[in-house]
Design a protein around this ligand. Structure first.
Ligand SMILES: [Zn+2]
Length: 693
């Protein structure tokens, strides 16, 4: 077992030769655990058991550490674990081993720069002072000594950078043969819009043939757990220990911990052997752990390069958390979902599956409708558009809204270009979108009634564009997690106009993204029944590419505990996903709220239907005929009171357009081209838009 199984003899021989050539003693090929047993001292201040390190105390750590040894071929070690079973000691022993024994550039990453500073002072500093062989190699910390600061330490043959996963600059600071990544489930999904911090670290290692990395974390929430994702790419090792009664090797699992059926209090819980059914007591664990071994449950996975380990707190050595304490903790947590989540994460070392999970994208993809992209089906009576602003493009969705908040996605896509580039950026194409008319099945052409664009990013350029006159009413919005309504009251914002700052130069409408997302996901879960009209809120999509459906389902609602212990519900993005399409829908929904769809009753919708000629009644047919011959009088029945007006614009804003234009005969239509209704040439070809980055 252990690193010895896969160690390459040839490598070992080379190492020994090299060591001899370097005039070093043959112990130059120590493993990490051998090194720690020989040299590591646990500090008095911060250790429960100060003094020399003994791997025998937590024998399950031996193989995990030794996978990091120079002579092991393993490149990535993943340790998904319960809290406080020695995970950070694995990391510190690996770090000590590097500094003392296998020097090279190493990066040590904690979730944030703040936690990195704290970790450096509380964990790394004692390592460099209390372990003599390391103290010799790292200069004592002096305020002006650049060779040893809180976040950088130099040692013979190597260099250590300590940083936070929230700092792209820190992660890019240097190439690293070794990467030690702690509590990766606490890392941001995206750092400074440069992507996953884990990926940024891995990129820094590319040039090193003998690179190694360690990923450690207590897992968090299903679907967004980075440690679980990393674990599942490896060979998923479990620690098998022999029953002291029958000798059968087995994994220790929480469901075999028993007390009730033996009329024991939880504090006296015992372990029921999976083989003989006899009961094992906590104090018998020491011998079991010593005789235990890691077994891969997915042997081929990771191709011998990625070893992943999972360990729950049932394995904690005698003297640490006991089986009885685990049972007591469970009984206390059982009825409180938040405490139960903490128990499952920190004691069982498992991910927590919460409510509010994103709907499955594939199901939505498979139920797509056949109506043409860019055309408006009969039930859709108001068009709005949501625009998400990215650093290299705009993403948009045009949505048709009908009775009971039923909706149809009419068109969606990306407009490439840097929004900061006023001349050649995406703004000209967005302008064309505001002027675009969408063919309605009732035989008319429909403009977008209200377009909402995200002003949270590139704020100045967005406001500059919003201020200009447009053929469609346009508003700047900004998403907030909280708020009582989908869209709130506009607030003045300071913007710069021709180099001058104007305190109330623009207006931004706050959008409660949480409410909008919860509503949308509720709607996406609705099922259509055969022979019945769509349920209220039902969402239809034309045949968009898969990526759009991945993006609209890219987030989930998760429960987290605040510092004061309250439960906080937060929307968070799933790993590896982008959420721009979801943002577009949220903004389009906010625009629809402002356009009044939430307040429209049946009579309002009837009137609008007649006006558009979109109903099946004789009145609707007559309206259709009228619409085909003359321009309609302005003033639909939709409430106009909510019409946003850009009060601060130099020119008075035009009133909301009634949303109806007679459809020109096809012959006189300059665009769109025949056979491709409503698809101007500037829209990128369908298969190419929205590639995952
Ligand atoms: Zn047994």
């Amino acid at each position: 077992m252990g690193a010895r199984v896969s160690e390459s003899d040839a490598d070992a021989v080379r190492e020994i030769r090299k060591a001899r050539a370097d005039g070093l003693r043959p112990d130059a090929v120590l493993t990490v655990s051998e090194w720690a047993d020989a040299h590591r001292k646990l500090p008095k201040k911060s250790s429960a058991e100060p003094g020399p390190w003994r791997t025998d105390r937590a024998p399950y750590l031996r193989e995990i550490m030794d996978s990091f040894s120079s002579r092991s071929d393993v490149e990535e070690i993943v340790f998904m674990k319960a809290a406080q079973i020695g995970g950070t000691e694995v990391l510190l022993n690996a770090l000590g081993y590097i500094i003392d024994h296998a020097p090279g550039p190493v990066i040590l990453v904690w979730p944030t720069v703040d936690t990195a500073k704290r970790g450096s002072r509380q964990r790394v500093a004692p390592l460099t002072t209390d372990t003599p062989t390391i103290a010799e190699k790292i200069a004592p910390a002096k305020s002006r000594d650049a060779a040893n600061t809180v976040l950088e330490k130099t040692f013979p043959g190597g260099h250590l950078v300590i940083t936070g996963a929230n700092s792209a600059v820190g992660l890019r600071s240097m190439p690293a043969q070794y990467a030690l990544m702690d509590e990766i489930d606490g890392w941001p999904i995206d750092v400074d819009e440069e992507g996953s911090p884990i990926a940024l670290v891995e990129v820094r290692q590319r040039t090193f043939a003998r690179r190694k990395r360690l990923k450690i974390s207590t897992p968090t929430i299903a679907g967004r757990s980075a440690i679980e994702a990393a674990h599942d790419r490896g060979d998923a090792r479990r620690y098998f220990v022999p029953c002291p009664i029958c000798g059968e090797f087995q994994e220790l699992t929480f469901d075999r911990l028993v007390w009730t059926k033996l009329d024991l209090p939880p504090a006296a819980a015992v372990y029921e052997c999976a083989a003989c059914g006899d009961y094992i007591r906590n104090h018998q664990k020491t011998a079991m752990l010593a005789a235990g071994e890691w077994r891969a449950t997915h042997p081929g996975r990771g191709a011998g390069k990625i070893r992943s380990y999972h360990l729950n707190a049932l394995y904690a050595p005698v003297g640490w958390i006991s089986w009885g304490e685990i049972a007591v903790e469970f009984v206390a947590a059982e009825k409180d979902p938040e405490r139960l989540r903490v128990f499952i994460n920190t004691v069982l070392g498992q991910v927590w599956t919460s409510k509010g999970e994103a709907p499955e994208w594939a199901g939505l993809y498979n139920r797509r409708d056949t109506y043409a992209i860019g055309s408006v089906p009969m039930g859709a009576l108001v068009l709005t558009c949501g625009v998400d602003v990215q650093k290299d493009r705009l993403v948009y969705e045009v949505v048709g809204w009908g009775r009971g908040k039923r909706s149809w996605s009419i068109d969606a896509g990306e407009i490439p270009g840097d929004p900061a580039n006023v001349e050649r950026g995406p703004w000209g194409e967005l302008e064309k979108l505001t002027a675009r008319l969408f063919p309605h099945d009732a035989g008319i052409e429909m403009p977008i009634r209200l377009l909402a664009i995200d002003s949270g990013y590139e704020t100045q350029h967005v406001h500059a564009w919003v201020r200009r006159p447009h053929s469609t009413q346009v508003i700047a919005v900004k998403g907030f997690d909280h708020g009582g309504a989908i869209i709130g009251s506009p607030a003045p914002v300071e913007i710069t106009i021709s180099g001058k700052k104007r305190k109330r130069g623009g207006r931004v409408w706050p959008v409660s993204t949480g409410i909008a997302k919860s509503e949308f996901y509720g709607f996406l879960r609705l099922e259509r029944e055969a022979g019945k009209p769509d349920p209220a809120g039902y969402v239809r999509y034309p045949e968009y590419a898969e990526e759009w459906f991945r993006q609209i389902t890219a987030e989930q609602l998760t429960a987290t505990k605040t510092r004061r212990g309250y439960i906080k519900l937060e929307w968070s993005i799933l790993p590896g996903r982008q959420n721009h399409a979801l943002d577009c829908r949220v903004y389009a929904r906010a625009a629809a709220a402002l356009a009044g769809i939430d307040r429209m009753n049946d009579r309002d919708w009837d009137a609008r239907e007649k006006f558009l000629g979109a109903g099946s009644t004789p009145a609707a047919a007559a309206a259709r005929a009228r619409a085909a011959s003359t321009s309609p009088a302005p003033g639909s029945s939709a409430p106009a009171s909510s019409a946003p007006t850009a009060a601060s614009s130099p020119a008075p804003a035009p009133p909301l357009r009634p949303g109806l234009v007679p459809r020109p005969p096809p012959a006189s239509s300059p665009s769109p081209a025949p056979g491709k209704p409503g698809r101007p040439t500037w829209v990128p070809p369908r298969p190419d838009w929205l590639k995952p980055r």
